[in-house]
Design a protein around this ligand. Structure first.
Ligand code: HEM
Length: 200
């Protein structure tokens, strides 16, 4: 993971909103998909209700995060774009992740894989919104045409379910990397503990 440790409070709050919403969405979504799995006594009506409420919260959070990245004080959109320092570092970084090299390549705040992951999460989230709202409002003419575009209701449920697994696996990988490769960043993100100067 990157070596620049700056996670301002707004970024940390929005990160945690994403975390809470995503856990709730995977749990309730999985239950909607397989209702025979018990979800702490939560019934289908409540699970669906929670799924939709968290959908609105996470989407609002996503809009806020994009706005803040573009116009907020740190204008950190640059960290999500290609940067000179990262040029030619994708394969060395991959080799480091797979224990094929010992030293971590020097990159900007986020290396190319992180940038790609974070941008793809945003795209995948809005894709979930598209497929989710199409399922929710399937009787509306516009949304029913979206359902047809995806090959019908069965297909759209299956696609929405599959993309959930994309989130599950990539988030697990993210958690693994932050805990085992970038613990300082974890302490900063969750507890606001700033690393020593020399760590910058
Ligand atoms: C962001 C906006 C989202 C909206 C509007 C949305 C909406 C919906 C709707 C309407 C359903 C169908 C409910 C039913 O048939 O009773 C559903 C099912 C589901 N959602 Fe979402 N969802 C969203 C995001 C997510 C996310 C982020 C995840 C997980 C990462 C997720 C996972 C699931 C799963 C697994 C199902 C069950 C699919 C199936 O029928 O097999 N959803 N969602």
């Amino acid at each position: 993971m990157g070596t620049t440790y700056d996670h301002p409070i707004p970024a940390r709050i929005m990160h945690h909103v994403n975390l809470i919403c995503l856990v709730a969405m995977v749990a309730t979504g999985f239950y909607i998909h397989k209702p025979n799995f018990s979800l702490l006594g939560i019934d289908m009506n409540l699970a669906r209700y929670m799924h939709f409420i968290t959908a609105f919260v996470i989407l609002l959070n996503s809009v806020t995060r994009i706005y803040w990245a573009l116009f907020g004080a740190p204008r950190d959109i640059k960290y999500f774009m290609p940067e000179k320092e990262n040029r030619g570092k994708m394969f060395p970084m991959m080799a480091y992740y797979y224990f094929l090299r010992k030293t971590k390549p020097k990159t900007s705040k986020y290396n190319g894989w992180q940038k790609a992951t974070y941008v793809l999460w945003t795209i995948a989230l809005w894709f979930m919104a598209l497929t989710g709202f199409a399922m929710l409002w399937k009787t509306n003419p516009f949304w029913s045409s979206v359902v047809s575009l995806f090959g019908g209701l069965g297909m759209i449920h299956a696609i929405h379910y599959l993309v959930m697994w994309y989130f599950v696996f990539t988030v697990l990988f993210h958690v693994y990397l932050v805990l085992f490769d970038d613990f300082k960043s974890f302490l900063y993100m969750f507890f606001g503990i700033k690393p020593e100067e020399e760590a910058f």
